[in-house]
Each structure stands twice: as C-alpha cells, then as structure tokens.
Design a protein around this ligand. Structure first.
Ligand code: SF4
Ligand code: SF4
Length: 474
C-alpha cells in the first residue's frame, strides 16, 4: 500500500514537473522540441526521486539514515550537473545523452536498494554508556537546518547515557531519538547527575511522534529491555516527557518492566523547577513565545515553497525570487503580531491578514508605482492565507485547520466516576482542567488542542472527549 503511494508520488511529481518544464522551455523560450523533452525527462526524474524518498521520510518509515543520504546524493548530483551545464560549454546534445544515462543508472541503483530493504525497520543501537561528543558540542548550522526542515526526521541511535556521575539511584530521563531533541535535552541536563534513555521515535520530536504513533509504549519497553536498564539502575522510576502522554501507558510499562513512570515538564529546561516542585502547573503548559513562533514560521514555509516551485515551473522560476522573500518576511510579521492579533479566530485572522497584504501591495505597486504586480500579489496573498491559517497546527499529521473541526471540541467529565487523581491536570499541555472540590473541571475548553492525552491517561475513563474516536459520547 505504502509502496504504491510512493510510486504514485514519483509519477505525479515526474509528470507535473516534466510537463511544466516542457511547456516552459518549448512554448515560452522556443527551445527545440527534442532538447526540451530531454530536459523534462532528466530533471523530472531527479526531482521525482527526491520526492519519492522524502515521502518515506515524512512518514518516518524504515532506513531513515540511508534515505537522508540518498536525498543528499541526488541533490548534490543535480547541483553538479547544473554547474557543469552552465559553466562548461560542452555541446548540449552530447551532454544530455551522457547525463541521462548516468542519471538513469544512479536512480535505478537507488531504487533497487529501496526495494530490496523496503520493509526493514531500522534503528541504530549504541552499546556504550558514554555520551557522544556530538551531543555536547555547539552545532548552530545543524540546529538551524533541523529547525527549518523539522518535517523531516533525523534519527539518532537508541542508547542509555550517563549524564554527570549517575549511580544506581539516579533519575532516568526518557526522550526520543530526534537529533535536535537529544542535543537540547543533553544541554539542559549538564548540571544534573542522571541517566538518559533515548528511545526510538523514528527520528521525530516527541509530540509529533507520539501523535503519529512513532513513539509509543512499546518503544519505551523495547529500549528498557534492549539496554538492560533494570540491571543498571536500582531506582525503578522513569521520567517521561509530558508531551508523550497521548500514546505512552505508564500502566503497561509497569506491568511489563517493573518501572513506574511520572510525566516531567513540557520543556526540559524546566526540569530543575519540576524536581523542586512536581506540582508546579506553569511548567506543564506549552508556550508559544516569539522565538518559537519565528522558528515555526520558518519551518512552515518549506511545503508552500515546494508547491510554488511547481507552479512557477510553468511560468518561470525566476519569479520565485520576488515571491519567496515576500512570503518569508510576511510570515515573520505574522509570527511577531500573532498573540496581539485583532481577530482571535484563526480562520478569520488568516483571511483578514491575506486581504490586508493584498490591499497594501495593490496600493503600493499597482496604483502608486503602476507596476504589473497583480499575479505576484494574488500568489503572495493566497500563500499568506494558507500559512497564517496553518501557523499553529503543524505536525506529521498535518492538521489542516481550514477543514478540521478544531473549534468544535467537546469534553464531558463523569463526576461520579472521577477520583480526583489530577492526572488530567498534569498531562494537559493547555491548562484545560482544574481540580475543584476533588473533582476535575473543564475551565478553559477553548484552549484544547485535541492532543488526546487527558482521556488516554485518565485511570478510570471519566473523560469523554470529541477527539476520542474509540469512546466518544458525542
Ligand atoms: S484537554 Fe485537550 S489539550 Fe488538554 S489534554 Fe485533553 S485533549 Fe489535550
Ligand atoms: S484523570 Fe480522570 S479521574 Fe483523574 S482527575 Fe482527571 S478526570 Fe478525574
């Protein structure tokens, strides 16, 4: 099924790109028919293969490390070919034949590797307890690239690492195997003597991988068994990341391994506050500060940029140099003003923002400077409506706010069942619940992000939630 989906991705991208390139070269630029067809096939294949492997990466399927390397190989190959074609004046016809043969060989070798190892669920496993140097070194470029391309996984080996000088009674902190996550966790643990258990989350961050079922109870149990955690520590307690509460069952972990689990703070930087006062509610909330908003706006532009790349493939790629900087700039404006926006409803705000952008561009470029800017203006405005609308909702599940029932959340608490254990208050990252008179109450329904943690963790099944597809009372 997934194999067919990937072939479909390959064929669609190939046909879209090839037809666009052909139209562009043959009709608009008057290039000879045979040359434009060769260009179409050549670049269409390369781009389609990149998408073929990216599709697998987004779904975080097997052989992640190999696929990341394959994408890098094809990208460098494309750049090298462009470089050779542009800078060396070799006769074009002969060059095309040579490049086409080379491309076909390269791509079919890569495709063969993919088919042979298709089903392999790979992960690397680090047997030593010593923390690799790459987790402690500052790597600003890598951090920047991982933030921008956060939709793609970057897996690290599963491992159990010593942080400081832990002993048998030291705390065990659990995290996923996304490179950026591991490095950030290590950075904030440097003054604490503890163990760090890195579990398989398919190279994706904890919240997204839990929602997409890449990180779950079995992955934690597997890591405990694989790394023989029980033989290394005497203190049988794990500190799980709060944002995995939607998909990790402490009860099952206890039954299968003997380890009890607590949920730590949302952000590892608040670990010391948590250790001083585990009931501190402030450290259990997801924030969306300026830094996070700017990071998010950078990351969300990647997908629209790819779509624009396809559209402008038909009408001239150089136009993207005008449109993309405008979209990036406006996305940062949205990130900066987002908490202070006049219109609170996200969909209305997206339409309002897009309309203001259109009006502004129309007045400045069309009315005052009399430039032919209408097509750019329409593209930028539509892209902004989409980006602003999706600004809060990115995950591997790609929650399209435009079509989701995001604002129709309903929650009902069966008060006669609720035992007031506070688990829902503890795991909710949006502060939706409070305990009043030893019963849980919904105090901020509008904040709910449908993350599924509360009803999944409630020990007595007292929460009925519209996001619970197995047990929804509404
Ligand atoms: S109330 Fe909403 S945001 Fe809070 S835990 Fe439940 S589903 Fe998640
Ligand atoms: S988790 Fe369930 S039982 Fe515990 S306080 Fe919340 S609703 Fe009540």
């Amino acid at each position: 099924m997934v194999g067919k989906a990937k072939i479909l991705v390959f064929l669609s991208v190939f046909l879209l790109f090839a037809s666009g390139r052909w139209l562009n070269l043959f009709i608009f630029n008057n290039v000879s028919f045979s040359l434009s067809v060769q260009w179409s096939i050549f670049y269409g294949m390369l781009i389609a293969f990149i998408f073929y492997f990216v599709a697998d990466l987004v779904m975080a399927r097997g052989l992640l490390n190999i696929k990341i390397r394959i994408i890098i190989i094809i990208s460098f190959y494309m750049i090298a070919v462009l470089f050779v074609n542009r800078l060396l004046s070799i006769e074009e016809e002969r060059m095309f034949i040579f490049e086409s043969i080379l491309t076909v060989i390269l791509l079919f070798v890569l495709l063969g590797i993919d088919f042979v190892f298709e089903q392999k669920e790979d992960f690397l496993f680090n047997k030593t307890n010593n923390l690799p140097l790459r987790y402690t070194r500052a790597q600003p470029l890598k951090t920047f690239l991982e933030s921008v391309f956060r939709l793609l996984p970057n897996p690290e080996p599963i491992g159990l690492y010593k942080i400081g000088k832990p002993n048998k009674n030291s705390l065990v902190i659990v995290t996923g195997n996304y490179d950026l996550t591991v490095r950030r966790v290590v950075k904030h643990l440097k003054d604490i003597d503890c163990w760090l258990l890195v579990c398989d989350s398919r190279g994706v961050n904890i919240w997204c991988s839990s929602l997409a079922d890449h990180f779950n109870t079995d992955k934690v149990i597997n890591a405990i068994k694989l790394l023989k955690l029980g033989e290394k520590v005497g203190y049988r307690k794990l500190l799980l990341p709060q944002l995995c509460a939607s998909n990790v069952s402490p009860k099952k972990i206890k039954n299968e391994t003997g380890f009890t689990c607590d949920f730590g703070p949302v952000y590892i930087k608040n670990l010391k506050k948590y250790l001083l006062d585990p009931k501190n509610r402030q450290i259990r909330r997801v924030t969306f500060n300026l830094g996070e908003r700017l990071e998010m706006s950078f990351a969300t532009i990647v997908i629209p940029s790819i779509f624009l790349f396809f559209i402008f493939n038909f009408i001239g790629l150089k136009n993207l140099f005008i449109i993309l900087p405008a979209i990036y700039g406006l996305s940062f404006v949205n990130a900066a003003v987002f908490p202070y926006r006049l219109v609170k409803n996200i969909r209305l705000w997206a339409i309002f923002f897009g309309f203001i952008v259109f009006l502004f561009n129309f007045l400045i470029f069309t009315v005052i400077f009399k430039l032919n800017f209408l097509i750019y203006n329409i593209t930028i405005s539509i892209a902004m409506v989409y980006l602003v609308n999706e600004f809060e909702g990115w995950s591997p599940l790609v929650k399209f706010n435009l079509f989701s029932s995001y604002d129709k959340v309903r929650i009902k608490i069966e008060e006669n069942i609720c035992i007031g254990c506070e688990r829902c208050v503890e795991v909710c990252p949006k502060g939706v619940y409070e305990i009043i008179n030893r019963k849980s109450k919904v105090v901020a329904l509008k904040e709910c992000a449908s993350c599924k943690s509360c009803f999944y963790q409630c020990p007595v099944g007292a929460i009925k939630h519209s996001a619970d597809i197995n047990n929804c009372a509404f």
